[in-house]
Design a protein around this ligand. Structure first.
Ligand code: 13P
Length: 249
């Protein structure tokens, strides 16, 4: 049985006032909640772990450097993320691959750094609209998986998030058949490389315009083990129904 995970990526949103959303989310969790991981901006990491102390909500960062410390102005290390009490870190989000020119090799190195600090890496992959239109989706996804994941992947240290770039923040969601095709492909690729035990145990999240209104049908897809949610994770009233939908699977 793979864990079900509802992860929220706040991106560059949130100030101290947003911590009340974590309180609201914690008080509204369903009876048997899935794993819930909120990834606020790094300025809020320490306070977010304080605010969720004693609740099942876990906290993650949105990136980390490959090195543990050093002369890297503006960056934060996996060691610092772990020091905040966070347990996860999102790596290789398409917004970082694009705006910060992060390559698969960078993501792989960051994943190793995250593990060394005891963090679980949420490794993101996804095709652009042009790549989908050119029928390159599975090639792109396969290449990103091969390049971004270190050999020592296991079900405790890594979560994979499939986020088609064209579905992020657009309100456009792939069809259920498209989500199923990519998630089945990812599952098969993971089994081929890491073996059946690890390949079948790795959680696969879907991300891109997930809302309460579409969560139920997305979570019903066989190889979808949860979601990585952007906009709809900022407010507890929007995210709680997504968490509740996942709790039913
Ligand atoms: P949206 O849910 O806002 O489309 O963002 C998805 C995402 O990028 C999560 O990492």
């Amino acid at each position: 049985m793979r864990p079900k995970i509802a992860a929220g990526n706040w991106k560059m949103n949130g100030t101290a006032a947003s911590l009340t959303e974590l309180h609201s989310l914690a008080t509204g969790l369903p009876e048997n909640p899935p794993q819930v991981v909120i990834c606020p901006p790094s300025t809020l990491l320490f306070r977010a772990t304080d605010a969720t102390h004693g609740s099942p909500i876990q906290i993650g960062a949105q990136d980390c450097h490959t090195e543990g410390a050093g002369a890297y102005t503006g960056d934060i290390s996996a060691t610092m993320v772990a020091d905040s009490g966070a347990t996860h870190v999102i790596l290789g989000h398409s917004e970082r691959r694009d705006a910060h020119r992060e390559t698969d090799a960078d993501v792989q190195a960051k994943t190793c750094a995250a593990w060394a600090a005891g963090l679980t890496a949420i490794v993101c992959i996804g095709e652009s609209e042009a790549q989908r239109d050119a029928d390159q989706t599975l090639d792109v996804i396969g290449g990103q998986l091969d390049g971004s994941l270190p050999d020592a992947v296991d079900a405790e240290n890594t979560v994979i998030a499939y986020e088609p770039i064209w579905a992020i923040g657009t309100g456009k969601v792939p069809s259920i058949a498209q989500i199923k095709e990519v998630h089945d492909f990812i599952r098969a690729r993971l089994i081929k490389r890491f073996g059946a035990e690890i390949g079948n145990a790795l959680p696969l999240l879907y991300g891109g315009s997930v809302k309460a209104a579409n969560a139920v049908e997305i979570f019903a897809v066989e190889n979808v083990d949860g979601a990585l949610v952007g906009g709809a994770s900022l407010k507890a009233e929007d995210f709680a129904p997504i968490v509740a939908a996942l709790a039913q699977y």
